[in-house]
Design a protein. Structure first.
Length: 270
DNA sequence: CTCCTATCCTGCGAGC
DNA sequence: TGCTCGCAGGATAGGA
């Protein structure tokens, strides 16, 4: 489900919920594994710790304490919510309990998510090889262009490669390429510097706009606070096969690229 | 190395 | 209506 905007919106929701820096009373793992086995022994060491901040790196959420952090990745279907006593649902896999009956629940039907501990952010294997944050200045047209020079894959595939830039998934890759009027199947190394500048500008604009709209609520995505997002109403190509392009009379088309459905306008995107 | 494919898992909607 | 099939926001192991 979640690409950078959705993860950032969830992070902000959790930050608000945990604003008073509560102490973790109890962590319950309702099963041993999500995508991977969870390090139960290490996770339970966080009981008694205070969550001092909720941070994000790429599509990962970090519940930070003075002794390290709990790392959460939402996979395709992961959600965090406040679950009062009695509010248990199928596919709830983790409960984190605090004082005053506050309890966070992690629910993830497909279990593609990750829950792990991080002591050294520079060393953790999931964080080690990540590319730049798209909303930071280090991610520029020039930097993207440089990192694509040797890439002989389709531009959309490269844009979704977390070593090139983090946080951009299947929806925002299609949307950004449409906005920049570049065809998804263009070989990445063939992208001109000028087009790279344009693409970076559109990636940043779209991600910012989506965060502002609360992310995209397709299927059952919701913020940690339970509200839904509205950016799905701004999709111009994603999941719009057969509908008219916003710029021309052409119908939006789709095809598989790197195993992922890819949406584009063959007239606008060159 | 780089690139591509299959795979993990459940739910849901399309089509018969 | 009820069934089967294919596909869904991600990431990675393993083969070419």
């Amino acid at each position: 489900m979640p690409e950078l905007p959705e993860v950032e919106v969830v992070r902000r929701g959790l930050e608000k919920i945990l604003a008073e820096k509560p102490k973790i009373q109890k962590i319950e793992l309702l099963r041993p594994d999500l995508r991977d086995e969870m390090p139960a022994r290490e996770i339970h060491k966080f009981e008694g710790q205070v969550i001092s901040s909720v941070e994000r790196r790429a599509k990962y959420i970090l519940f930070c304490t003075s002794r390290g952090a709990l790392l959460s990745h939402l996979g395709m279907t992961g959600t965090w919510r406040v679950a009062a006593k009695g509010d248990e649902r199928p596919h709830d896999h983790i409960y984190i309990s605090f004082a005053k009956g506050l309890r966070l629940a992690y629910r993830d039907p497909r279990r593609f998510g990750i829950f792990d501990v991080v002591y050294d952010r520079e060393q953790h294997k999931r964080l080690l090889h990540l590319g730049p944050e798209p909303l930071e200045e280090a991610f520029s047209g020039a930097s993207l262009w440089r990192s694509l020079r040797q890439k002989e894959v389709a531009l959309k595939v490269a844009l979704m490669d977390q070593k090139i830039v983090v946080g951009v998934g299947n929806i925002y890759a299609s949307e950004a390429l449409f906005a920049a009027q570049i065809k998804p199947q263009l070989i990445a190394s063939k992208l001109s510097l000028a087009k790279a500048e344009r693409l970076v500008q559109e990636v940043k604009r779209i991600l910012h706009l989506s965060i502002e709209k609360g992310g995209s609520s397709i299927s059952d995505f919701a913020q940690a606070t339970g509200e839904s997002g509205y950016f799905q109403n701004n999709f111009l190509v994603y999941d719009r096969v057969g509908q008219k392009c916003a710029n021309c009379q052409q119908r939006i088309r789709s095809f598989m690229l790197g195993g992922r459905n890819t949406f584009w306008c063959s007239k606008c995107q060159k």
